[in-house]
Ligand binder design. Structure first.
Ligand code: NAP
Length: 300
């Protein structure tokens, strides 16, 4: 039996404080400039996990005092229908943040849909313009989950200068922007992926280890450098352990990191759930507020 050493990074508590601050800033933007930030979410089809995410985004944006719209299209909607809706929302002055919930059904091109979103309203930070701006060190709307991970890391560790960060995963949504943000914070960054050789050895070099893969408990305790900060982004859903809840379709979430093993070695660690997850929507609200301010010329 190993003894737990890591400090648990409480993303839930941090996200609540962040949402409170966004709510205050939204109220100030309304009072001082008559601007109500507006978030539009487009959902195509009926993916159950996406339904939950979209519902939460609507509820939390309203709770922060924002204008909120959810646009639902049937699973067999044509790409022309989706692009036309995106075009209307791009042009709508009440909307400052616009996202299409992915994945979309297979007959639709994610790349063409992303390309249709106005970069000024791209609160998921997925457009080429925002990815390029991030990579060039210019102000950008940046993917919410990596932004949330950085906030947690800076809160836990303070200055990140010179630390070796290993990011497992290279998606446009998660791994790549995470690596860019760590680089911008003066970390030395390694990006690992499914073709990387000897992943455990790479991970053991990390002062900061970010796992964004989607393979339950892939990262074991002996992959972790003693004292490292471990940020577990991965989410895999399994049926609830309670048979009654499982029969109702209830699930439990498991991260990419074998938590009990990792906790005995790491210095800091995010749990799943309650770590990175709650930060994502809080950062979406922050991005929507930022987009509203920039669209009205109030922020560079
Ligand atoms: P993704 O697009 O599927 O990317 C997964 C990445 O993991 C890919 O780069 C892939 O490498 C890499 N990978 C797969 N198997 C691997 C292996 N055996 N060893 C090393 N790398 C491997 O997923 P994503 O959108 O980035 O999301 C990653 C995870 O984070 C998912 O579980 C997702 O649910 C979760 N997530 C959580 C939040 C949140 O709010 N908490 C937000 C976003 C995502 P290749 O590029 O070589 O294929």
């Amino acid at each position: 039996m190993t003894e737990a050493t890591a400090t648990i990074i409480d993303g839930k508590a941090f996200s609540e404080r962040l949402r409170e601050q966004v709510t205050i800033d939204v109220a100030a933007l309304k009072a001082e400039h008559g601007i109500t930030p507006g978030l539009a979410v487009v959902l195509v089809g009926e993916d159950p996990a996406s339904e939950v995410y979209v519902r939460n985004k609507g509820v939390q944006s309203l709770a922060a005092g924002m204008h909120s719209e959810t646009h639902r299209l049937p699973a067999d909607a044509s790409e022309a229908d989706v692009l036309a809706l995106v075009g209307r929302l791009n042009a709508d002055p009440a909307i400052h943040g616009l996202l299409v919930q992915f994945p979309v059904p297979d007959h639709l091109s994610q790349a063409r849909i992303v390309a249709a979103i106005s970069p000024d309203k791209d609160v998921d930070g997925l457009t080429v313009t925002n990815a390029g701006r991030l990579a060039s060190g210019l102000p950008a709307l940046t993917s919410c989950t990596p932004v949330g991970c950085m906030m947690l890391l800076k809160d836990a560790l303070g200055d990140l200068t010179g630390k070796h960060a290993v990011v497992i995963g290279r998606s446009n949504l998660m791994g790549k922007p995470m690596a860019q943000l760590l680089l911008a914070a003066d970390c030395t960054v390694t990006i690992a992926h499914s073709r990387s050789r000897d992943l455990p050895a790479l991970c053991r070099q990390a002062d900061i280890l970010v796992a964004a893969v989607g393979r339950a408990e892939m990262v074991r305790g002996d992959w972790i450098k003693p004292g490292a900060a471990v940020i577990d982004v991965g989410i895999t859903r399994f049926p609830s352990r309670d048979p009654v809840r499982a029969a109702e379709g209830k699930t439990r979430l498991v991260g990419d990191v074998a938590f009990d093993e990792a906790r005995a070695v790491a210095g800091w660690i995010t749990p799943v759930p309650g770590g990175v997850g709650p930060m994502t929507i809080a950062c979406l609200l922050l991005n929507t507020l930022t987009a509203a301010r920039r669209l009205h010329g109030l922020e560079g």
